[in-house]
Design a protein around this ligand. Structure first.
Ligand SMILES: Cc1cc2nc3c(=O)[nH]c(=O)nc-3n(C[C@H](O)[C@H](O)[C@H](O)COP(=O)(O)OP(=O)(O)OC[C@H]3O[C@@H](n4cnc5c(N)ncnc54)[C@H](O)[C@@H]3O)c2cc1C
Length: 547
């Protein structure tokens, strides 16, 4: 028989097998299973989590305890058996974008032998590194190759945190196992907060591409989708492929659009299709709630001390994380993408703006810890000057215009990609920062009155929330804490609509909007799961057309 059990130990006892076995016997007894240590044939490790609440630090270890018999299947390799098939050239799907949604969609299509043709506006991950280095060196953004665009999408030079709050939409374990199959370490299969690290992701992404190509899929770099090739069919418009920026038409039976939420031109392209349609025709886009704010950075040691209750962090514990949430005037204000031992990075996709984000190397050992602190922004919160009425209603791109305005305003306040910054204490006091602390953001920071130019509704809510956060994490508001702006790309301000059952655009049959850019995911794992769902939907459509 086997039983799932959890044992709790002090951090220094995590590797103490004798103690763990002893605790396992007691835990089994508590669950009504009488077993001696010698009856336990194996403790198969399943998950680990750190609990730093209530003034103490404990490690929870979850095991599958096998009693009197050997485990039937154990270990990460049991979770995923590759089932890719040679691609059939007569069944083709264009996948636009090679982010997590696009890559996992392509791999999933290959499980049914459908040929994915992945088109990516950027370059392979190895070449992307050069363009990313140029952002810090020269303060210039290449609009097709940057932190968000290129092989692997925004996920490649991301933090590689693989946790998601969504567990409804697919099989998280499968996604982790596919990353593991392509070289991610085994720990991602068992950690409660799995993390790959920005230094390891590019090689893993490269291996996923090799899998796609080896089974007969195509991956084409430097190819930007400029429009959807639409054919009028008996039931209305239908996607028959794409037209690239160089004018080439790539024909296919369906198109999975997985372009992420930074591709402003893609939203504008879809909005144009909408604009040319009769007022009562189904729409392709709608405005949605998104979030904007700043990134806050502290010395890592300070956050470790707060979270580990004043103790120095020992080698057995990772750099400390936090998650904060507050309510201010009816809107949520929350921490997002917390990067312990990480860096703030320049992630604009256009030279006209500044956008920041965060990432960590696998070791999480820089001197800083940072997190986005963002304010929920609903369509009705978007100021009137960004709205264009269409048939008496705001059009879908108002939030996108507001986001662009904030990014461009930040650029005016900064210099090149040097970002505007203010000490947290000065932000709250409405004062100039006459000096700034050392910051991990490599293009550099410039003192700026964020409290003056950030939109009022964001500034005021941030200020209220920071006071609240300091009550939960004493010392959060301090001299060393610095705010860097703006954090604008935590979620998409636009949704590319789709039918809840077929996942096709209601405006264009055969077009499958996928991932974060379409508004159905937020983060690497949920985008990957959504890519898989869209691939399954295209395969189901192939099958029903044949019937
Ligand atoms: C610095 C940073 C750190 C992050 N850290 C984390 C983290 O730790 N954990 C986490 O879960 N999430 C993190 N994220 C967010 C995560 O990366 C995204 O949620 C995820 O990548 C979205 O996946 P996607 O496939 O939907 O889109 P994307 O990853 O954005 O991919 C879209 C792809 O489409 C391509 N594309 C766009 N337009 C076109 C076009 N017209 N033609 C052809 N190709 C096009 C782009 O070049 C890009 O490669 C981070 C993001 C950044 C920027």
């Amino acid at each position: 028989m086997n039983k799932n059990i959890t044992v709790t130990v002090n951090p220094e006892d995590e590797g103490n097998q004798a103690l763990i076995k002893n605790l396992a016997v007691a835990e089994l007894a508590r669950l009504g299973v009488s077993a001696r240590e010698s009856d336990i044939t194996e403790l198969v490790f399943r998950k680990k989590s750190i609990d730093a609440r209530r003034g103490r630090v404990k490690i929870h270890l979850m095991f599958e305890a096998w009693i009197g018999e050997s485990p039937s299947a154990k270990g990460p390799e049991a979770a995923f058996a590759p089932a890719w098939k040679k691609a059939d050239p007569s069944r083709r799907v264009v996948v636009v974008g090679s982010g997590p949604a696009g890559l996992f969609a392509a791999l999933r299509l290959l499980e049914s032998g459908v040929t994915p043709i992945v088109v990516e506006r950027g370059v392979p991950a190895s070449d992307r590194k050069r363009d990313i280095a140029d952002i810090s060196r020269e303060g210039k953004i290449n609009p097709d190759s940057n932190y968000c665009f290129g092989e692997g999408g925004a996920g490649t030079f991301s933090d590689g945190k693989l946790y998601t709050r969504s567990n409804k939409r697919g099989d998280i374990g499968r996604i982790l196992a596919i990353f593991n199959h392509h070289g991610a370490n085994d720990a991602i299969l068992t950690d409660a907060h799995p993390h790959i690290g920005s230094d390891r992701l590019p090689a893993i992404i490269g291996k996923m591409r090799e899998t796609i190509v080896s089974w007969g899929g195509e991956v084409r770099f430097g190819v930007r989708c400029a429009s959807i090739a639409v054919k009028e069919g008996p039931t209305g418009p239908r996607a028959a492929g794409i037209v690239t920026a160089s004018g080439e038409t790539i024909s296919a039976d369906a198109v999975i659009l997985a372009t992420g939420h930074s591709a402003r031109d893609v939203y504008e392209m879809i909005a144009e299709l909408d604009a040319g349609r009769a007022a009562d025709a189904p729409r392709a886009l709608e405005a949605k709630t998104f979030a904007m704010g700043v990134r806050v950075e502290h010395p890592r040691e300070l956050i470790d001390k707060i979270q580990y209750h004043g103790r120095e962090r020992s080698d057995t514990l990772p750099a400390a994380e936090y998650r904060l949430v507050a309510q201010s005037e009816g809107r949520g204000v929350y921490s997002f993408c917390m990067c312990p031992g990480g860096l703030i990075v320049p992630s604009a996709t256009e030279d006209s703006g500044i956008v920041i984000n965060g990432m960590s190397p696998s070791s999480r050992n820089t001197r800083w810890s940072n997190a986005a602190i963002v304010v929920e922004t609903r369509p009705e919160d978007v100021p009137a000057e960004f709205r264009k009425l269409r048939d008496g209603q705001d059009d879908a791109l108002a939030g996108l215009r507001f986001r662009t305005w904030v990014e461009e305003e930040a650029k005016k306040q900064g210099d090149g990609q040097k970002a505007p910054a203010q000490r947290l204490e000065d932000f709250l006091a409405g004062k100039d920062s006459t000096t700034l602390p050392e910051c991990s953001y490599s293009p550099g920071i410039i003192a700026s009155r964020l409290d003056r130019w950030l939109p009022e509704q964001i500034r005021d809510r941030l200020a209220e929330a920071f006071v609240d956060f300091d009550k939960n994490m004493k010392g959060f508001v301090c001299k060393e804490a610095v705010l860097v702006a703006p954090e604008t790309r935590t979620s998409s301000p636009v949704r590319i609509l789709r039918d809840p059952k077929t996942l096709e655009s209601p405006a264009i049959a055969g077009l499958y909007p996928a991932g974060e850019g379409a508004g159905y995911a937020g983060g690497i794992v949920s985008s990957a799961m959504d890519g898989e769902r869209c691939a399954d939907a295209t395969v189901a459509a192939f099958a029903s057309r044949r019937e």
